[in-house]
Write a protein that binds this ligand. Sequence first.
Ligand code: PEP
Ligand code: MN
Length: 367
Amino acid sequence: MKLNLNIEPLSAWLTPKHQPLVIAGPCSAETEDQLLSTARLLADTGKISVLRAGIWKPRTRPGEFEGIGSVGLEWLKKAKAETGLPVTVEVANAKHVEEALAAGVDILWVGARSTVNPFTVQEIADALKGVDIPVMVKNPVNPDLQLWVGALERFNGAGITKLAAISRGFSSFEKSSFRNEPMWEITIQLKSLIPHLPVICDPSHICGNRELIPYISQKALDLEMNGLMIESHIDPSVAWTDAKQQVTPAALSDLIDHLTVRTPEAKNPAISDKLAELRKQIDKLDDQIIQKLAERMKIVEKIGEYKRDNDITILQLNRWDEVLEKRASFAKALNLDEEFTTKLLELIHGESIKKQTAIMNDKTVVE
Ligand code: PEP
Ligand code: MN
């Protein structure tokens, strides 16, 4: 299913200075000097296309630094005038929108904590009615695709056609090396629902630490995301917010140099031919896998009938354990990932049980 949103291409509102497109700047504007010196160094790299800075910061606990507020917009205006870079800030209510627009902010973004709340999103969207400004919508904190889609729909409904999504990872109960789990499948689902929607990745908030940023940045580009938003601070060690995940402008420049920008299609026709040939082989194998699954299901049905007619239970744990163990060690010998094989077998087994349950429940009909 595709959603019918009216979205302009990224090229209609942003001209990248360099590939890949990178939006960078501090997590928070702290002082005039911090913002201006960071902005100057970022602009000097020639690799940054937009300057970001948080002016109002959504903090988990009160009493923490909640952003420098309106005065930061004045510094941002200076940074923009000096570097010529377009600037972007996070807005979380109608007042933020009004102040940001008055300060000549070029692009707005909606933070993860706002996207979760339809009232907030609607308030921002209403404040933007009749305004022609690009809006980037971060995914909600929780892994809920519909909230993300809903926010994009609300902005589109308010007449915003210069829209982009920002994939910044999702909060998860499980402990992992990431601050927010990438859960790429959700972003991929968003892209298949709204194929022409530009998607930017925010490796800083996914990683939560500097070390993982290059890896996630490359991964995002390989997943055909349209750009990156990376937090950069003149001296990350003393940053007032998100110190661990910010990089210096020099480190960011080096990181960008080490990224490989790949294209969906090869430029060389010989490579395209080879790819087409390999894809043909994959198509054939996929057809065979489906055919074998159908054959397997037919046998499962026969077993189901046999169990039904002889009053045998559907699930026999010993048998299942044995199947799992044997197949998993076979798969391992063939270099297949164990977790992947187990998940696949569990999926097939679940479907088999469903089929057999249906057959059991059919008892009265058959008799
Ligand atoms: C930010 O970009 O600094 C920020 C607060 O991000 P998020 O909304 O993704 O947490
Ligand atoms: Mn931040």
